[in-house]
Design a protein. Structure first.
Length: 163
């Protein structure tokens, strides 16, 4: 039941694709919301970094997001079209990279027993009953949902698709 190479390959591909969608974006538009409430690039990247805090807890890794980021990017946070409220894109990408570097070794070391354990977060447990179920979703489904949002955001501001 260990996190297998296909899950990790998809995860690494998704992070790379996310970063390719960020290349060349206008810094002045990174919190623009073409539709009310639409997730913008800064929120998406910061949110994915903060999600890694939960992944770290599940994997037994040592990662905590920056102070104040939970309110900006955590579960149930609401993105706003105000660049002054957010760190710059480079800082959010650097934090995501830091989180990934902190968590990946622990993912590889997780035992079958750890992955088969009941999801400790009661609300999340209804959808993902085990730690392994949750990890697979967070490393693949969750990041891909938000990468799709970033792709849609790019199209909404008039940028072409990457593929």
């Amino acid at each position: 039941m260990a996190i297998d190479s296909t899950v990790m390959h998809n995860y690494r591909f998704s992070v790379g694709f996310l970063k390719s969608l960020l290349e060349g974006l206008d810094e002045n538009k990174l919190t623009h919301q073409p539709s009310p409430g639409m997730n913008h690039p800064i929120w998406i990247v910061g949110h994915l970094a903060m999600t890694m805090e939960f992944v770290a807890m599940l994997a037994g890794a040592d990662y905590k997001g920056p102070e104040g980021w939970e309110a900006l990017f955590g579960y149930k946070s609401v993105p706003v079209d105000d660049a002054a409220k957010y760190p710059k894109l480079g800082a959010t990408v650097a934090e995501l990279d830091k989180a990934i570097a902190a968590v990946e070794p622990s993912l590889a070391a997780m035992t079958d027993e750890a992955l088969a354990a009941q999801m400790p977060n009661e609300g999340f447990r209804e959808m993902m009953p085990t730690v392994g179920d949750g990890m697979t979703f967070l490393l693949n489904g969750h990041i891909n949902v938000h990468t799709g949002q970033l792709s849609a955001w790019r199209r909404a501001i008039g940028l072409p698709p990457l593929f």
